[in-house]
Design a binder for this molecule. Structure first.
Ligand SMILES: NC(=O)C1=CN([C@@H]2O[C@H](COP(=O)(O)OP(=O)(O)OC[C@H]3O[C@@H](n4cnc5c(N)ncnc54)[C@H](O)[C@@H]3O)[C@@H](O)[C@H]2O)C=CC1
Ligand SMILES: O=C(O)C(=O)COP(=O)(O)O
Length: 609
């Protein structure tokens, strides 16, 4: 029973069969009926639909039904505007400077964690969260301090705030470039020490010098623009950068070797990944012009710091300006203490403006994710724009139902290894993003036969982990009005407990479409049917003869099982037919036995949707 008055509106809704992802933990607390069936991307849209809310309004359901708030742990200093936004939605625990152990012991009572670069979100953190942590928000760009693989395995969404600190980082890069070229920090320190060393701190000019930007992304491009303004000749290396952006700024794109060997100044703006770790090594420094100057506002880990020290000592590198370090704060201070190094304590993003912007950007992303929205800044899940999501909503429900249906047709003991999904669609392939649909089919197939909790984040990972190969095919359809005309799910190399579900080539095959905005089953094996995919379903193959609907319907009625819909499909008149019967209640064993004993019934199966 649903006790709260606001929830009572839900009693009119069909039963929910979707059990995860647990993107909204409050919902089950409110509605015991849904205890094991938390609010998900899928059913939130369905609920919205039933309440005549637009799908974009669906997340408001959270506040509509919520009484308890989620808990968000903020482990590093965040701007006030972001904190205010978080507090309007959740209980916010600002605990800074937590030790790794303290973080692990706190995390199991948190639904979201917001960090900057100082918190290591390791596999141990996800393990300690015991499934409660839904979202990690990185208030900034670099996500190298978050174990993304572990996040994905635990079905935890990671979002970042990729735009709000771009200018701050670029400005800091330029500040370091100029400060280094003119020895500002060293000269300042000497003056504070009571000295007046006009001859010692003669600098180098920037105008006319070649600056190589390594990583021509958001920050790199902004540094390039500003360096052009200083009269520098700017080149860049970035294998993924669009040539037109470089042309528009007047920057020449070069290979790695060309860029590092022609530059007077090199500014690093690449993310730290396994591929970029220590790319600035002895071998790389050996390719550089003698007397080159290096700025790093990206990540310390992209430089082999011992190699840099050697290059500074040998004079290959005349000066370095470093905001970031392999270990922060750096334990070995040789680099920081080097007379030709200008160092700042990871200040690139630290302007008032950037911190307010980042705080709001991450607060919006985390709140949205906790409400079941698909984030536009998701790092480990497909980004699905709201308009695409609302269009795909009924197909998302269809996809999960078909997966759930198909897997229940597999006879026990058959290991499922290979699933093929065929989308019939009139859309251009570029206009149809099937990742969401594939994730929901995976969810439908895996959840009924395992204890895995599947969501958009971990669907592909868990499928792979379980050795389940899902291939997709698109078949062109004439109509392009709907995104998808039909979805077919085929499971091969398995036995079926309902032989009629097998197609001619021996695969379990079910096909469905969206009719009047609702998922419908349109084909089972080679039989055409037309039933709404709601509640429970009995599939029954019988000799095609008069009176079958009445007999089976009668048995159900006598046993107080309400039939919600019925459809008969046949291959050969008066020979074989399939009856698909939707039932509100789950019939007991005796009732199902009675159906099985009707002489014309050749086989039947009960399926829970
Ligand atoms: N010091 C600080 O406080 C801050 C540091 N950052 C760091 O700056 C870096 C860049 O940030 P954004 O520009 O916002 O990111 P972005 O993603 O816009 O740009 C990164 C660029 O690097 C390129 N790239 C990737 N691998 C590469 C490789 N092997 N060689 C050359 N280019 C490669 C990518 O194609 C991309 O264009 C990140 O590591 C970020 O964490 C960003 C903001 C503040
Ligand atoms: O956004 C980034 O990548 C940064 O490095 C900024 O880090 P911070 O948030 O200042 O710890």
């Amino acid at each position: 029973m649903i006790s709260s008055s606001s929830c009572s509106r839900l009693t009119t809704l069909p039963p929910y069969t979707i059990s995860t992802p647990r993107l909204c933990p409050q919902f089950p607390k409110l509605c015991p009926r849904f205890c094991k069936k938390p609010l998900t991307i899928t059913n939130v849209l369905k609920i919205a639909d039933s309440l005549n809310l637009s799908s974009t309004a669906a997340p408001d359901l959270h506040s509509l039904f919520s009484r308890t708030k989620p808990t968000i742990l903020v482990s590093e200093k965040l701007g006030d505007a972001g904190l205010d936004l978080l507090r309007s939605f959740a209980d916010v625990d600002c605990s800074y400077n937590l030790s790794p152990d303290d973080l692990c012991s706190k995390i199991s009572s948190c639904d979201a964690l917001i960090v900057r670069s100082g918190t290591k979100v390791t596999r141990q953190v996800f393990e300690a969260a015991k499934g409660r942590l839904k979202v990690v928000g990185r208030a900034g760009v670099g996500i190298d301090n978050v174990d993304l693989q572990a996040a994905t395995e635990f079905g935890c969404l990671v979002v970042n705030a990729p735009t709000a600190n771009t200018i701050a980082a670029a400005e800091h890069g330029i500040a370091l470039l100029a400060a280094m070229a003119r020895n500002v920090a060293q000269a300042d320190a000497s003056m504070k020490a009571g000295k007046w060393l006009r001859n010692k701190y003669v600098g180098v000019s920037m105008v006319g010098k070649t600056l190589a930007i390594m990583g021509f992304g958001k920050v790199g491009s902004e540094v390039a623009r500003r360096a052009k303004g200083l009269g520098m000749h700017v080149v860049a290396h970035d294998p993924y950068a669009p040539a037109d952006r470089a042309r528009a700024i007047g920057v020449e794109l070069l290979s790695f070797d060309e860029a590092v060997s022609t530059a007077d100044f090199i500014s690093l703006h690449i993310p730290l990944t396994p591929a970029t770790c220590k790319v600035f090594s002895d071998a790389t420094f050996a390719k550089m012009k003698r007397g080159v100057r290096i700025i790093n506002v990206a990540r310390g880990g992209v430089i082999d710091e011992d190699a840099l020290l050697r290059a500074l000592d040998s004079g290959i590198v005349a000066q370095a300006a470093l905001d970031v370090f392999g270990e922060e704060p750096p334990k070995d201070s040789k680099l920081v203490q080097h007379q030709n190094v200008t160092a700042t304590p990871h200040l690139g993003a630290s302007t008032k403006e950037a911190q307010e912007g980042v705080a709001v950007e991450i607060a919006e992303a985390v709140v949205g994710a906790l409400q079941g929205e698909l984030s536009a800044t998701a790092v480990n899940a497909p980004m699905v724009p709201p308009e695409v999501l609302s269009e795909l909503a009924p197909y998302v429900a269809l996809a999960e139902k078909l997966g759930r249906l198909a897997v229940q047709l597999v006879s026990g003991g058959s290991g499922i290894k290979s699933v093929k999904v065929v989308y019939r669609s009139g859309r251009d392939p570029d206009d149809l993003d099937t990742r969401l649909l594939r994730a929901m089919i995976t969810k439908g197939i895996i959840e009924p036969i395992s204890d895995s909790v599947i969501n958009l984040v971990n669907a592909d990972f868990i499928a792979k982990q379980k050795g389940l190969g899902i291939s997709e095919e698109r078949v062109p359809a004439n109509s392009s009005l709907q995104p998808v005309d039909s979805i077919q799910v085929r499971i091969s190399n398995v036995n079926s407990k309902f032989q009629s579900a097998l197609s001619e080539n021996g695969e379990i095959s079910v096909e469905g479409r969206v009719k009047y905005g609702k998922p419908h089953l349109s084909r089972v094996g080679s039989f055409e049917v037309d039933v709404s995919l709601e509640g429970n379903l009995i599939l029954c193959r019988q000799v095609d003869q008069p009176g079958m609907i009445g007999r089976v319907g009668g048995i159900l009625g006598e046993n107080n099982v309400n039939v919600s819909f019925m459809s008969v499909g046949r291959t050969v008149r008066r020979k074989k037919a399939i009856m698909a019967i939707g039932v509100d209640e789950e019939p007991d064993k005796d009732t199902l036995n009675k159906i099985g004993h009707v002489p014309a019934v050749e086989e039947f199966v009960f399926l829970n949707l």
